[in-house]
Structure formats: structure tokens, C-alpha cells
Design a protein around this ligand. Sequence first.
Ligand code: C5P
Ligand code: C5P
Ligand code: C5P
Ligand code: ZN
Length: 472
Amino acid sequence: MSTAPVPELAETATACADRLHAAESVLVASHIDADGLTSAAVADTALERAGIEHEQVFFEQLDAEHIDRIAATEHETVLFTDFGSGQLDDIVPHERAGAFTPIIADHHQPADADTEFHLNPLLVGLNGARELSGAGAAYVLARALERDGVDNRDLAATAVVGAVGDMQDSGGELHGANAALVEEGVAAGALAEAKDLAVYGKQTRPLPKLLEYATDTYVPGISNSYSGAVEFLDGLDVACRDDDEEWKRWVDLTDDERQSVASALVRHAVSRGVPASKIERLVATTYTLTDEPEGTELRDASEFSTLLNATARYDRADVGLAVCLGDRTGALETARKLLRTHRRNLSEGLTWVKDNGVTDAGNLQWFDAGDEIRATIVGIVAGMSMGVDGVDRAKPVVAFARESETETKVSSRGTGALVRQGLDLSVVMGEASEAVGGGGGGHDVAAGATIPAGEEEQFIDRADAIVGDQLG
Ligand code: C5P
Ligand code: C5P
Ligand code: C5P
Ligand code: ZN
């Protein structure tokens, strides 16, 4: 076995791995989003290579009922990935009763109860929202599981897709423990990193669409304007169309051509008065999965993670997992269909927020999408809404969507700047939901909850007061 990728977690990882090697059969339970799917793929592959019998299940959120159901299965060992830490108060009683041994590879804020096999960056002073994701924790475990010449470093590429799916690269690149994973993926030949234009869709979007949709750094005259993007591209001394006059994609350009387009875009932004601090954000580190074909969603970590969210958040985690495990036929085709729906839903959701606006509660702003936005994606829409016209980046956003007749889903998103001022949304969601008979948690910058329907106003009052305390 080679050296541990994250030394702080090495001892726990080894203990967890030894316990797994001693297991008869393992049930792997994972969260349904890009990070959860990739954490499952990393864990399943490592267990497979270690010859440990295992089965996979997914849940949208891990609640007491799900844990009861898990306890009722035959499996004597349960590996939780990308959740479990926040639910230890419900897990540990089953462990004590002898139902199963829990092994947890997670990065969410832990509950009060603790257990022996608990792998979480937050327990060793690493940041769970920025330095290691659920898939990263699973990767650390996968490396510790290596025996007899098995090399799991190729799985770092999958883990990086998870970290990017959880937006751990939002500062422009992955850092902390994540950087060690990147290094191992590069060494294994599965991953490449490069500074490149920080826009979504470099593998698959035709150039004008790429620039039209690139709104994180708003470039007047190009962002949100297809004709503006076309005019800009046609004005460059770069062949942006192929011989059939079809638009090329970013991947179709040579390095020099990319450089020319990027420089021209920066010059254009400067000439339109975009401040230097924002222009800096036009360039970021991109992560390329070098074994995947060019021009596909699978080649770029950010596009891959979106493809996975498009499966898992629509009850098709099986499809996303199959793609992660290498299915390049039926599952990939199904995933691409789901991606079209997901993209449309995100765009319609964001339009709904723009049209309906948010309500200012004082310390936070909120909207209630009811049935207009699917509960499983309302968090992504809330995150994308930070910074659109009418939504203030200086206050966190809280979003509601209908989960069922009796339950409301809550999602909240902040910014790095707010977190530096003291915002911790995992505490806000946890305490405010508990006060109205629900439950929740997550990270400082992004958290969620489920509350009884009808309690939304009371929840907002409570959450607003807590945010006030944190930022005051
Ligand atoms: O379930 P979980 O940990 O996997 O999800 C994290 C969520 O936090 C993702 O939806 C991600 O988009 C969000 N996030 C964010 N901004 C960050 C970090 C994470 O919105 N800086
Ligand atoms: O790339 P990033 O993680 O910031 O994207 C967050 C979410 O927004 C992704 O799930 C992606 O589907 C969506 N997105 C998009 N088009 C964009 C930007 C983001 O579909 N231009
Ligand atoms: O659902 P949403 O995308 O808003 O979730 C944001 C973060 O909060 C995720 O990390 C998710 O796992 C966490 N969360 C939680 N408990 C809930 C809902 C969300 O820990 N009930
Ligand atoms: Zn996660």
C-alpha cells in the first residue's frame, strides 16, 4: 500500500478498511446527488476489487425510517457514504442493539452521538464544505482498502467529480485535501488540471451558447445575448465555425485559439467596465477526465457532475451509478435524456425566481416555489439565484418547495463572504427546523431541511433571528 492521501484521516481510514475486510456482506447506503453517486461508485469499486460482497442503496435524505429499514436487512455491516454523520443519533441505537456495524465516510456536520468507524474531515479539523467531499472521504477509504497490489488511485478522478458536484471548487480551484486527490489522479493518469476559461459547457456547448450562458461573471453585450456572443466571435481572427459553417465547441479550438478568444473576452469585459475582481473569476482550474472521449459530458468534471445530478435527483440513481461504473451504452443514453430535462427544469426554475422575486425578511431573503420547482433541485436553483437581478448576494437565500402533502423541503445557500462573517447555515437549518418539528443540517455555505407543511412562516422568523445573531 502506498502512502495515505490525507494523513490526518489515515488512522481512521485504516480501522474502517480493516473492519470492511472482516465483513461478510456490506450494504452501501448513499446520498442521491453527484457527490453521493460518485462516493457510491468509489466505494463499490473498491469493495469489488477487495473481493468484499456488497449491495448498493440510495436515499434522498437519510431519516430514522430509512435507518430502521436498513437495520431490518440481513447485512451486518453498513457503509454510509455522503451522509450518516448528521444522522448518528438515529444510527447508534441500532448499532448498540446489534443490528449492524456502521461505517461512515461523510463530510456533513456530525450529530452528537459518535461511533468507532467514522471517517469525516470535520473530525480532524479539515473543512467539510471546501476541502473534502463525500466522494473524497470514500476515496480515502478506498485507498486504505488496497491489498495485494490493488491500486485505487484511478478512482481519484471519480472523487474529483464529486467534489466539483458539491461546488468545492467555487473559489476557482480545489484545495486542501482535495488537492492531494487531484495529485493522485494526475499521477494515475486519470485526471488533468489546467487553467482555462471558467464557463460551464466547454466540452459540449457550441461557442455562442457557451458564452451566452456564461453569466457567473457577467460580460455586458455577451452574457445572456446569443446575438451578442455571435457578433463577438465573428469579430475575432479565429475560425469559430467548421467547414460546414457549424459552430465549433471550446474543445474543438487549438490552445492558441482558446488563448485568443479568452484574451479577447477579457479585453471586451474590461472595455465594458467589468471590475478587475470579477474579471479574475473568468479564469479557473478545470479538471479533465483524460480517459473519457473529448467533446462528451464525461470529459469535464463539472459537466459530468451535472449529468449525475440529472439522474439521481430524478429517481434514477441507478443510471448515474452505472455511468460512473463505466456503462457507456444504455445508461449513458438515458442519462443524456435526463440531462435535457434537468437543464430545462433549472432554467425554468431560475426564470420563475426572477419573475416572482424574493421576500426580504431582514437578515435573509426567501421564496416559496410550492410545486413550481422540484424539491430535489430547489437547492441548485437557490444557489444559481444568488446574484441574479433582485437577489442580494449580501444575504443568504432560503427556498421552499413542496415535498409532499404534509412536508415542505427547505434549501438555503450563502456565499464564502457571508461564511467569513459568521454565517453557518447548517446551524440555521438544524435549529430552525427543530423548532417547528422538522429536521435538517448540511454545511456552513449550503444546508437544507424538511419541515411540516404550514410551518414556513414560523420557520423563517426563527431562521432570520439565528442569521441575525450569526452576522451581528
Ligand atoms: O449534499 P451535499 O453535501 O452533497 O451538497 C452540497 C451542496 O452545497 C451542493 O448542492 C452544492 O451546490 C452546495 N454548495 C454551494 N456552494 C458552495 C459549496 C457547496 O452552493 N460553496
Ligand atoms: O457548474 P456548476 O457546478 O456551477 O453548476 C451548478 C449547476 O448549474 C449545475 O448543476 C449545472 O447543471 C447548472 N448550470 C447550467 N448551466 C450553466 C451554469 C450552471 O446548467 N451555465
Ligand atoms: O437539499 P439541498 O441541496 O439544499 O442540501 C444542501 C445541503 O444540506 C446538502 O449537503 C444536504 O445533504 C444537506 N441537508 C441535510 N439535511 C436535510 C436537507 C439537506 O443535511 N434535511
Ligand atoms: Zn456531499
